[in-house]
Design a protein around this ligand. Structure first.
Ligand code: ATP
Length: 513
């Protein structure tokens, strides 16, 4: 069991709502994430990241990019524009189908997301239910407006895209949209990227960037916001070779994950832990490439320190599948507000490339040199929200040490992503300790460590400040350091301290990474 799970087990039993509130408080107190443009008061669903949050976000993005783009030979990266023309979103189906169910109060006009309203009022999980089914539940349980108890109008659909116009004329020709997903810019550039990178199938195109959704009711802090970042890969595969996956090693096939299948959901049975091999043999997972991306995504999430016991894979029900998908699995996390999607891994088939070929008149097929035939690749898409992941990691890492008023907050973030890797403290500001500590701090900075120098307040307070920011290591320069050039290296999670030579600090920290 790795050290982060030990800390999690030692966590005080929080009620779930308390945990979320404590993490949100911590984010606000330390300026990790705050409501955007607070001095004026902004609309709900927009957030700004302060120094710790911005660095944490960047570390997550870098880790993902290093793992899935620069660390591989079959994936390349792109960076597309945020604003794109109507034609793109018409072809992709988003103009017609990127909707959420909206329910409005006849009396006070309050607009709510119908599935959220049903979920909140009936305390049931409604993931996978169709709009017709939601409407039935509203009728059957005589649900009323949560604010004024007024009657509810029939559920209708609400398109989530932000629309604007380019230039001074507002007509259909100048109509543009803020992208609601990064994926479409990958499809639009697919042919060019394949040509310039000279990639042969199978290969992937990855992108990290902003996405915008005019959510009816943003909630749960950055879990559901209106402006957020996504990390997405579109992985292109020969349509006849979806089961030809050389990357699916024996080890991965033996990986066991908790699967909540369509059948489980229909028959209301419990999810089961099952190996990928069994899931493929029993045709629970449709194709080997899909199985590979489920395993690779799960493995990466756990490598960041996420508690695997709080992760499961839920298959979308037939009613729930997006217009482009033949099969989708969500990696769900057990949030304080229930099991919800952390990321989605969809088989988008050849839908997008075919749609864009048809609408643009450009040939987006792939020339298979081996058979000299033209094919339109199928696509497996692992798609993940950076903000949602970041908040999930914070909740997963949050713990308190000590009792009552003495309790100290600690973020047990993995050293791989912690915004500050090491803090350097002089025991006192005087007697040359500060100078020696500053020299070490500069040296560590130059060696590439995300280091921080802190000389304010008692040493206990400085440790507490660093623990709360999730800083995994702290080094203290004290009076012995002046005599024998040694310092104290303290580990955040265990509180263990060891004495090491000043010249060995960088090497010791490298080993900790
Ligand atoms: P949900 O069911 O929670 O609305 P979704 O199925 O619409 O999510 P996708 O379209 O699959 O989400 O988007 C891929 C990923 O982008 C999600 O798994 C999530 O991590 C992130 N994401 C989607 N919508 C939001 C949002 N409003 N705020 C923050 N992150 C989001």
């Amino acid at each position: 069991m790795h050290e982060f799970s030990v800390i999690q087990m030692a966590k005080k039993q929080e009620t779930d709502a308390e945990l979320a509130n404590k993490v949100i408080n911590l984010c606000q107190r330390r300026g990790i994430i705050v409501q955007s443009c607070e001095i004026y008061g902004s609309h709900a669903g927009f957030f700004d990241y302060g120094p710790l949050g911005a660095q944490l976000k960047r570390n997550l993005e870098n880790n993902w990019w290093n793992t899935f783009v620069t660390g591989r030979e079959d994936v390349v990266g792109v960076d597309g524009a945020i604003v794109s023309p109507r034609a793109l979103w018409k072809a992709s189906g988003h103009l017609d189908s990127f909707n959420d169910p909206l329910v409005e109060c006849k009396k006070c006009g309050l607009r709510s997301r119908a599935d959220h309203l049903v979920e909140d009022e009936l305390k049931i999980n409604v993931d996978g239910l169709s709009t017709a089914h939601l409407q039935e539940l509203v009728h059957e349980h005589k649900l009323k407006c949560p604010k004024c108890k007024g009657e509810l109008l029939p559920i209708r659909t609400f398109n989530l895209m932000f629309k604007t116009h380019v230039g001074a004329t507002a007509d259909e020709a100048t109509e543009v949209y803020l992208r609601p997903e990064t994926a479409q810019l990958i499809f639009a550039n697919y042919k060019l990227v394949q040509f310039v990178s000279r990639k042969q199938l199978p290969f992937g195109i990855a992108q990290i960037g902003k996405a915008f959704r005019n959510e009816i009711a943003p909630r749960n802090f950055v879990f559901r916001c209106r402006e957020f970042s996504q990390m997405e890969i579109e992985y292109f595969i020969h349509p006849a070779k979806l089961d030809d996956c050389p990357l699916l090693s024996a080890d991965l096939l033996d990986t066991k994950m908790v699967l909540f299948t369509q059948e489980n959901q229909e028959k209301k049975t419990e999810p089961k832990k099952i190996s990928l091999r069994d899931a493929l043999d029993k045709k629970i997972i449709g194709t080997r490439w899909h199985a590979y991306w489920l395993a690779a995504s799960h493995e990466w999430l756990v490598s960041l320190g996420l508690n695997a016991l709080k992760l499961r894979l839920r298959q979308h029900t037939k009613d729930e599948l997006s217009h482009y998908s033949s099969e989708t699995w969500d990696v769900e996390y057990e949030y304080p507000w229930g099991w919800k999607e952390l990321m989605g891994i969809a088989n988008r088939t050849d839908f997008d490339l075919k749609q864009h070929s048809k609408a643009s008149g450009k040939d987006l097929s792939y020339h298979d040199q081996a058979t000299n035939e033209k094919v339109v690749p199928f696509v497996i898409e692992p798609s993940l929200g950076v903000d949602r992941l970041l908040f999930t990691l914070l909740m997963d890492a949050y713990c308190e040490k000590g009792e009552g008023g003495e309790a100290k907050t600690l973020l047990s973030l993995s050293p791989k992503v912690a915004p500050v890797f090491v803090s350097v403290f002089p025991l006192m500001k005087k007697d040359g300790l500060a100078e020696k500590a500053r020299d070490l701090f500069q040296e560590l900075k130059q060696a590439g460590f995300a280091a921080e120098y802190d000389e304010g307040g008692s040493i206990g307070r400085r440790y507490a400040r660093a623990d709360e920011a999730g800083t995994p290591f702290a080094i203290t320069v004290d009076y012995d350091s002046l005599k024998d050039d040694t310092v104290t290296l303290r580990e955040r999670d265990s509180g263990k301290q060891e004495r090491i030579g000043l010249k060995d600090v960088a090497c010791a920290l490298h080993k900790k990474l």
